[in-house]
Design a protein around this ligand. Structure first.
Ligand code: MEV
Length: 320
């Protein structure tokens, strides 16, 4: 018997950082996925391996410990936390495949967490629904990272383009947002916790300025929601550019991120901004009709992914 589950990566269109202070956000699942396969292990040891991410570890699921055989440990703590929540510690073999670049701001840890939990629920024949899966996955992210918003696990579970309102209500956009976009990412990974703490400290030093910036970011996200409904991509692009200005005020911009943002605009992107926490990591550039020229220009210095939003959230099944 084998349980398999997969979950998508995400990108934030509007609302990073301001969402931490209760403002709305718009996030979409993208066509890159993490896939987790679980089956019984025949040699009395629990093994986690990933050929894509080039690592292998022996897991002590009862004590949340591991011995690394190969590669970097990054993602293992999320998997151990999920195992500790659901698994009965019988020996299992977990194989993780993922085409989501790690540390690129695309929510790779959330996708892995959601896929691992869904596969474990299937493996143990435990009933679950999307609401409980998103919630449990968020709890795991929180316990590993110390700080996490529900955005990543939410969109990884449900798929599609989601508007998260001020009072944490989820609205699924019914329109297809099919303007092509690029995510550009540097080799310098962002650190979400560090960036969130930085904004918090800025907010306590300059409350009047930062509070008004954060509430303007919320306002801007609501304008963007209307523009998306109307498929007014030009307006979405303009609002992305304004959002970038606010993120710069919050101090999460870097030289490399700026270089990508302006290179994109210079080569025809109608909007470009940081996506995710910043301080390294990624930008998103909306570039209908200009995908190739923007991709070529950014990839002179940095890495790019040509992405599409996808409606497909988590999926899971069992094979006998
Ligand atoms: C990071 O992807 C987005 C932030 O808003 C933090 C969060 O929402 O957890 C910066």
């Amino acid at each position: 018997m084998q349980a398999v589950a997969s979950a998508p990566a995400k990108t934030i269109l509007f609302g990073e950082h301001s969402v931490v202070y209760g403002e709305p956000a718009i996030v979409g699942a993208v066509n890159k996925r993490a896939v987790v396969k679980i089956k019984p292990s025949w040699n009395k040891k629990s093994i986690l391996r990933s050929y894509d991410l080039n690592f292998e570890a022996e897991l002590d699921t009862a004590n949340k410990k591991y011995v690394l055989k190969k590669g970097k440990p990054g993602i293992i703590r999320y998997i151990l936390e999920a195992l500790n929540k659901v698994h009965n510690h019988s020996p299992i073999e977990i194989v993780l495949s993922s085409n989501i670049p790690i540390g690129s701001g695309l929510g790779s840890s959330a996708a892995v967490t959601v896929a691992t939990l869904a596969a474990l629920y299937r493996y143990h024949n435990i009933r679950f629904n999307k609401k409980s899966l998103a919630h449990d996955s968020h709890m795991i992210e929180q316990s590993v990272q110390g700080i996490a918003s529900p955005l990543d696990t939410l969109v990884s579970t449900y798929g599609g383009l989601i508007y998260l309102s001020k009072n944490k209500k989820i609205e699924h956009f019914k329109v297809n947002f099919n303007a092509p976009f690029i995510v550009g990412f540097t080799n310098k990974h962002g650190n979400t916790g560090k960036m969130v703490r930085y904004v918090k400290s800025l907010k306590s030093k300059y409350p009047k300025i930062i509070n008004s910036v954060i509430s303007s970011m919320g306002q801007l996200t609501n304008y963007a929601k209307q523009a998306i409904f109307k498929k007014d991509y030009q307006r979405v692009g303009k609002l992305m550019n304004m959002n970038q200005g606010f993120l710069d005020v919050l101090g999460v911009n870097t030289f490399e991120l700026s270089r990508m943002v302006y290179t994109a605009r210079e080569h025809g992107a109608i909007g470009s901004k940081i996506t995710g926490a910043g301080g390294g990591g990624s930008i998103i550039a909306l570039c209908p009709g200009k995908l190739e020229s923007v991709a070529k220009a950014i990839s002179k210095f940095d890495n790019i992914l040509k992405l599409k939003f996808t409606r497909k959230g988590v999926s899971s099944r069992v094979y006998y």
